[in-house]
Design a protein around this ligand. Structure first.
Ligand SMILES: CC(C)(COP(=O)(O)OP(=O)(O)OC[C@H]1O[C@@H](n2cnc3c(N)ncnc32)[C@H](O)[C@@H]1OP(=O)(O)O)[C@@H](O)C(=O)NCCC(=O)NCCS
Length: 152
């Protein structure tokens, strides 16, 4: 199993590395999520689900952030199929935001996707979450208009 190492010692502290999550990270990851009552069960489900990958940003003080990735084979707009990695969730610990940890975690996500020959990385961000939108747009993500959605 390949481990992602995205060390950046030139940036301001904290120095982080990005690695795959495992069961031993369950408590730390649950603490990053909004709904503490169900967070542990959610993390365990993610860890057990094929096609779901958790990358964690780790510093010497512990786990500072997580990216939850869904890998799918999807139809291409022009025909054929391609691999798409969706960022289902990306969270940095509230005390550690604004230090480029999210950006470095997202860079590791893109590198992880490239290594697996994914054609694109995508994320769904609601209109209301303007901060997250700016975060992804600052990285280079652009709105794609080819999705049509119907409430089921
Ligand atoms: C969105 C989130 C992951 C950003 O993580 P972060 O480590 O604080 O972000 P970074 O420090 O790496 O910021 C990188 C760039 O994103 C943009 N950005 C980040 N946070 C921002 C905010 N609150 N408002 C506006 N722009 C923001 C900036 O352009 C920033 O670049 P700069 O440092 O040159 O200003 C973090 O705020 C978070 O966990 N939010 C709650 C969960 C969430 O909404 N996740 C996204 C939906 S999946």
């Amino acid at each position: 199993m390949s481990i992602i190492e995205a060390e950046d010692r030139t940036a301001l502290p904290p120095s982080i590395r990005v690695r795959l999550a495992g069961p031993r990270d369950c408590t730390a990851l649950a603490a990053l999520l909004d709904d503490p009552a169900h967070a542990r069960e959610q993390v365990l489900t993610w860890l057990e689900t094929p096609g779901t990958t958790l990358l964690v940003a780790q510093s010497e003080i512990g786990v500072l952030g997580v990216a939850v990735l869904l890998t799918r084979i999807m139809p291409k707009p022009g025909g054929g199929m391609h691999k798409v990695v969706e960022v289902d969730n990306l969270v940095v610990h509230p005390d550690q935001r604004g230090q480029r940890i999210g950006r470095r975690l997202l860079a590791a996500v893109v590198e992880w996707a490239r290594q697996r020959r994914a054609a694109q990385v995508e994320v769904l961000v609601g209109e209301a979450n303007r901060d997250a939108r700016r975060f992804y747009e600052a990285f280079g993500f652009a709105v794609s208009a080819d999705r049509l959605v119907l409430a089921a």
